[in-house]
Ligand binder design. Structure first.
Ligand code: FES
Ligand SMILES: [Fe+2]
Length: 346
């Protein structure tokens, strides 16, 4: 079982809303310091956040003429990481700045998120899991709600905690959700999708008050894709609601959770503050659980994954391991998930 960080995949760097025109900002991803900057035309670039001259983080610098300028001696770098100017050079000094490069990363911006490809140089980007698209939303649409929180745990525990169907009645015990007194047996059909698996569209269970609030007959589909993106798509007639969760490993002990809520349900917008509160409380409850879990994990106990409640967690590990092994062995990825009906009580 592979428990390291997956490489050669897209991770969320940050929400689009956190990077203004002509601004730079730093994020740690897979233990790497990465600086993102947006030029005057809106284009985002990402590179290693260390100046090749004397090591200061470039993110302390500023964006000048669509280049990122180091705060220490003013060397400038373009979006490909190439040095374009060394201000201290005299006209007759023949050092070619263009030969100096900072490592840059492919960037992709869509639907309110800035993604960064953490992988080998010149990797074939058509052969990797693509950031999931929320169908039916125009490119310019901003997410209705955006949250970024840090879970103080390894990405594997964060992923499993978020996909785990059995913790609801215990962790999310609140008036608007479920309690152990209303636990029911659930039966859901799952099947493979590209680089992941999906809970196939179905009517939500009748004890979900949150779904009832939506009105109409909502149907839900939940998709998990490597490296760690979970998209819940609720369709109510013509209207849709997406809960989009993407995790980014920061280091061995921290995972950034980026959560979007996106909808085109006009009446739901009237309740935006309530939805916002709900989202914050819900994420906070998950964070609280994984934070407490750390106290036990310090002792490196052996852990269990049981049928069927933890089958999705098992799939996560097998997908991740397969992706890692397929790359190591230079062979195509074969999805290990088979169509399965899972049953649990929650
Ligand atoms: S440290 Fe960046 S220009 Fe000198
Ligand atoms: Fe949860």
């Amino acid at each position: 079982m592979f428990t390291g960080f997956l490489k050669n995949v897209w991770y969320v760097g940050l929400p689009s809303s956190e990077l203004a025109i002509n601004k730079a900002t730093a994020r740690k991803i897979l233990n790497e310091p990465v600086v993102f900057y947006r030029d005057s035309k809106g284009k985002v670039s990402a590179m290693r956040d260390i100046c090749p001259h004397r090591g200061i983080p470039l993110s302390y610098g500023r964006v000048v003429n669509d280049n990122l300028e180091c705060p220490y001696h003013g060397w400038k770098f373009d979006g490909t990481g190439m040095c374009t100017e060394i201000p201290s050079l005299c006209p007759d000094q023949d050092l070619n700045p263009n030969k100096i490069k900072v490592r840059s990363y492919p960037v992709h911006e869509a639907q309110g998120l800035i993604w960064v490809f953490m992988g080998d140089k010149d990797f074939d980007l058509t052969k990797v899991p693509q950031p999931p698209v929320m169908q039916g939303f125009p490119e310019g649409k901003k997410p209705n709600l955006t949250y970024v929180v840090n879970f103080p745990c390894h990405v594997d525990h964060a992923v499993i905690g978020l996909m785990d169907p059995a913790h609801g009645p215990y962790v999310h015990k609140s008036w608007f959700w479920r309690s152990e007194k209303t636990m029911l047996e659930k039966k859901k059909l799952f099947g493979p999708v590209d680089f992941g698996f999906q809970m196939i569209r179905h009517k939500p269970s009748s004890n979900s008050k949150a779904y009832k609030l939506l009105g109409g007959v909502p149907t839900t589909e939940i998709t998990f894709t490597l490296p760690c993106v979970r998209v819940e798509h609720i369709q109510v007639g013509e209207r849709k609601f997406y809960s989009y969760t993407a995790l980014t490993p920061v280091d061995e002990k921290n995972t950034r959770v980026t959560q979007l809520a996106v909808w085109d349900i006009p009446w739901l917008s009237l309740f935006k503050p309530a939805v916002d509160k709900f989202g914050k409380v819900f994420l906070g409850q998950d964070m609280d659980a994984v934070t407490k879990q750390q106290e036990g994990l310090k002792y490196d106990p052996s852990l269990m994954l049981i049928k069927d409640a933890d089958t999705q967690a098992k799939w996560y590990y097998s997908l991740k391991t397969e992706y890692h092994n397929a790359l190591e062995e230079k062979r195509p990825f074969v999805n290990p998930v088979k169509q399965t009906e899972l049953r649990w009580r929650s």
